[in-house]
Design a protein around this ligand. Structure first.
Ligand code: SF4
Length: 487
């Protein structure tokens, strides 16, 4: 029987992608990886896994579900993995279907020994590379782009290269922050554009930690040291930390995903040199300058709209209040048999505080609007609770283009702003007014120069040339094949 699942997050139209954590030389490495992954849970709740090594042998455990369920208390799994070197991964599928076989770290044995790989991002040439390998008889066991990296690594002509990893990385195109656990070392990699974040920390006792966001360093008791640079390979082993570059530093302009700041990253994280909460508050203030409106209260769509709503309130002088509360006890993936039940569950996840919004002119701040169907549902709930006027303010520009670098937006035709003007968007959402943050305004809030960010989902300007016909969707035929094999 096929299970029906639904996404009950605050913003279910854009799926998070993946989170990475690694630690070297700590007797509690596996437990710390568990806590690190827990703090990165917002980046993926579909599957989780940890691979650990005693310096000679790697053990790996992955399963479907959030971290707490995969490594449930009393299961003894963490004890069995106990080793001083570990990497971990939380996943939301962006490439490859939602199956246990696609969970990471991806483990393999090849001519040079063992390796476990954890990946955040999306390779835009994975389909082409896979086609090439399959034509020569290679057999793939998953539908992820990460397995393509494993095949590249194991290829005899690559293995014999002076620096096999650097050689392999030069074959990859797209977004990738990667952790490789070899028997006696961790190698951490960031793509030449630095699209996804990756940071280095260190514990009091000197163990090095690598994580997608600084919130995971805090969870493991580590202090921030620096970011892994775009195009850099960081090696951590018994000799400490060393670095080399697989592209010449400074030859490629960075293209950090600014959507990480707008929505994905956790508020207490510092990424791309800036705290996420402070950035969002700045954006909220700018939004109030660009789209002022007379109103009685400002409410956020929690949690990702909260920081921007505080900034909006500070700038406009309109009082902030919690007109919606989010339940953190409803699982993100919920098996609901009917649409009615799923809608009910969404209402439990995000409930309106009637006493706050009744008879009020309400400004609603959200981080983004993708398809618009979820936002429309939330607006209807606020209206049903008695709001007199609803003014929607969105802390990023209208999303018009797909992301090929790891964010799972729907097809362009499904994007609300793809071919609608502001009047049509306002009518679709059922609001009294709508105001989106301008792209210039958003970039002005960021600490790095504007051309150091990817803004493609709003501007259509991709930092890496993308051929839609052969890139992201090439992997879909493999997913389809897996699906058909399941019937
Ligand atoms: S297209 Fe948008 S979501 Fe994707 S990497 Fe660029 S800014 Fe981020």
């Amino acid at each position: 029987m096929r299970q029906v699942s639904d996404d009950l997050s605050g913003s279910p139209e854009k799926k998070e992608f993946c989170g990475l954590f690694g630690i070297y030389g700590d007797p509690d490495a596996v437990d710390k990886t568990y806590f690190g992954l827990h703090s990165l849970q917002h980046r993926g709740q579909e599957a989780a896994g940890i691979a650990s090594s005693d310096g000679k042998n790697i053990q790996c455990y992955t399963a479907m579900g959030p971290v707490q369920r995969v490594f449930r208390a009393g299961s003894g799994i963490l004890d069995k993995l106990k080793n001083p070197i570990a990497i971990g991964h939380v996943r939301y599928s962006t490439t490859g279907s939602s199956k246990a076989i696609n969970s990471q770290p991806f483990f393999l044995e090849y001519s040079r020994g063992q390796v476990a790989i954890a990946h955040n991002g999306n390779l835009i040439n994975a389909g082409l590379l896979r086609d090439e390998y399959e034509a020569y008889g290679s057999i793939f066991k998953s539908t992820t782009d990460t397995e393509v990296i494993a095949h590249l690594l194991a290829k005899p002509t690559h293995v014999s290269n002076a620096d096999p990893l650097a050689h392999v990385l030069n074959h990859l195109q797209g977004a990738y922050s990667l952790l490789f656990l070899f028997n006696n070392r961790i190698e951490a990699v960031r793509d030449p554009f630095g699209i996804r974040p990756l940071v280095i920390g260190q514990t009091e006792k000197g163990a090095y930690v690598i994580a997608s966001e600084t919130c995971a360093l805090d969870a493991a008791g580590a202090k921030f040291v620096r970011e892994v640079e775009p195009g850099e390979i960081v090696t951590i082993n018994d000799d400490g930390l060393s670095s080399r570059f697989f592209v010449k530093p400074g030859t490629i302009r960075p293209a950090h995903c600014i959507f990480e700041h707008v929505y994905f990253a956790k508020q207490n994280s510092t990424i791309f040199g800036e705290n996420v909460h402070m950035f969002r508050k700045k954006v909220g203030r700018q939004l109030a300058i660009e789209h002022p409106v007379d109103a009685d209260i400002v409410i956020p769509i929690p949690d990702s709209g909260t920081s921007a709503a505080i900034g909006f309130s500070e700038q406009s002088g309109v009082p902030f209040d919690m007109g919606m509360v989010r339940s953190h006890y409803v699982g993100r993936t919920f098996i609901a048999p009917t649409q009615d039940m799923r809608e009910l569950a969404v209402k439990i996840k995000l409930a309106v505080v009637e006493e706050v919004v009744r008879d009020k002119r309400v400004i609603v701040v959200d981080d983004s609007v993708v398809r618009g169907t979820t936002t429309r549902g939330k607006i209807r709930s606020i209206r049903d609770a008695g709001a007199k006027e609803i003014h929607m303010r969105v802390s990023c520009p209208p999303i018009k283009f797909p992301c090929f670098f790891g964010i799972d937006f729907p097809t362009p035709e499904e994007l609300l702003a793809n071919n609608r003007n502001m009047k049509e968007i306002k009518e679709f959402l059922g609001v009294d007014s709508i105001g989106y943050m301008s792209l210039d305004g958003l970039l002005a809030c960021a600490s790095l120069p504007g051309d150091h960010y990817c803004t493609a989902c709003w501007s259509g300007k991709y930092p890496i040339p993308v051929d839609v016909s052969v890139n992201k969707f090439t992997m879909e035929k493999y997913q389809l094949r897996m699906f058909n094999n399941d019937q």
